[in-house]
Unconditional design. Structure first.
Length: 416
């Protein structure tokens, strides 16, 4: 009886899509287990590749556009129109992937300055989706290069954000501390009739000790002084938007308000619903049943660290697999502080994919090769363990760690 392996990774930022990661892992599995039954389940979290993945899953299509990029210059981008089932009366759904128009990958490393980058293009894509007849717009949050609280998107949608002199704010989160008033009278009237949904990480909040500027600002290039300026600006945005647009909402600390540099808060202020991203993005994949059928689950992400347990794809996969007693292996581009925390949520083993020191550029270029090699090495180590302790790790046996969990044996004849 062949071994069944579910491969459910995320993409590697600026390197490989989730689909290519899954294919690379599958190639490594076949080096050790050529007869294994593989179920490839590439997953997206709202970041890079989300629009394309959902279009493929639904039979929809990508619509190419030119819009304002995070640095204020035009970029080639896209949104997706999903194919509704005929005769259902379902509204036309569009997917706007913020990373495709305001993502960190669109900002050169030596020019990263989150105080100046803008989400204006996100608003432009929402309007473009409305022009195509969309009545439901899903905004995927993740991999952002911005920290403007969605101010740019609000401006693109028609709101005026002004300082105490009545002057329009300049782009970027660095000017938000000057915000005095938000005038919504120019907002596109179609927003009143569209269902605007934001798929976001509920752990990300706009303000406070775990506010998005403090947690993610340094990753986007902010210095400690800039982090404090951005934090103050987002506090100001929450206060003014709460007063002028959404007095009944908690824009400071409500779950998801900090998504994509605060884009969640800006869109919530004009009526968007902030939803846990996996509740939205994994619908229709039958993920739980597919994981339950597996003998082993392999997942992956670019960096495994203390943030992984706060809503990253490997954590979600491990949590679901653990409910069915299925062991989980995580492959990571890098392993950082706090990575060991994933063991408490269902991860049995994790390993970095780099076999030797190399530059970031080389690792990005060789991503598929490195994943394939790491998968092969991990499975051969598993095969060695099975040979050393066949009574403990034989086929169909279980061990106890919280829930009863299945352990997969790698046939020793294929260990090489």
């Amino acid at each position: 009886m062949s071994c069944r392996i579910a491969i459910a990774p995320s993409g590697f930022k600026e390197s490989l899509s989730a689909t290519r990661v899954a294919e690379a892992i599958a190639a490594g599995v076949r080096q050790v287990l050529p007869d294994a039954e593989l179920d490839l389940i590439p997953l997206v979290d709202g970041g890079e590749g989300t629009a394309e993945a959902l279009a493929l899953a639904s039979g929809g299509r990508l619509v190419a556009r030119t819009a304002t990029g995070p640095m204020g210059t035009p970029v080639r981008t896209h949104f997706a129109l999903l194919d509704a089932e005929p005769g259902t009366g379902a509204p036309v759904t569009a997917v706007v992937e913020m990373a495709a128009v305001a993502g960190l990958a669109l900002v050169p490393p030596d020019l990263r300055h989150p105080g100046a980058t803008t989400t204006y293009g996100v608003g432009e894509l929402i309007l473009a989706a409305l022009d195509h007849g969309a009545r439901r717009v899903l905004v995927g949050c993740g991999d952002s290069g911005t920290s403007d609280g969605g101010a740019g998107a609000l401006q693109a949608l028609g709101a005026r954000l002004t300082d105490r002199h009545g002057r329009e704010l300049r782009p970027g989160g660095g000017s938000l501390h000057e915000l005095e008033h938000i005038d919504p009278t120019g907002l596109d009237p179609r927003l009143a009739d569209v269902e605007l949904l934001v798929a976001c990480n509920p752990y990300n909040v706009l303000c406070g000790r775990r506010g998005v500027a403090r947690v993610f600002g340094p990753q986007k290039g902010a210095t400690p002084a800039e982090v404090e300026l951005l934090s103050a600006g987002l506090e100001r945005l929450a206060a003014v938007a709460g007063r002028d647009l959404a007095p009944s909402l908690d824009l400071r600390t409500a779950p998801g308000t900090g998504a994509s540099g605060g884009l969640g808060a800006g869109l919530a202020a004009v009526g968007a619903r902030l939803l846990p991203r996996y509740e939205v993005l994994l619908a229709g994949l039958d993920l739980d049943a597919r994981l339950a059928r597996a003998d082993l689950v392999i997942t992956a992400e670019g960096a495994l660290d203390h943030q992984t347990v706060r809503g990253k794809i490997p954590a979600e996969v491990a949590r679901r697999a653990d409910a069915h007693g299925v062991p989980v292996l995580v492959l990571a581009g890098t392993i950082g502080p706090g990575a060991q925390e994933v063991r408490a949520i269902g991860v049995d083993a994790y390993t970095a994919i780099l076999p030797a020191p190399m530059t970031l550029g080389e690792a990005i270029d060789r991503g598929a090769e490195l994943l394939t090699g790491a998968t092969e090495r991990a499975l051969r180590i598993m095969a060695l363990g099975a040979r050393l302790a066949p009574r403990t790790y034989g086929p169909g046996r279980r061990r106890t760690r919280g829930r009863a969990r299945r352990t997969t044996a790698v046939p020793e004849t294929t260990a090489g």
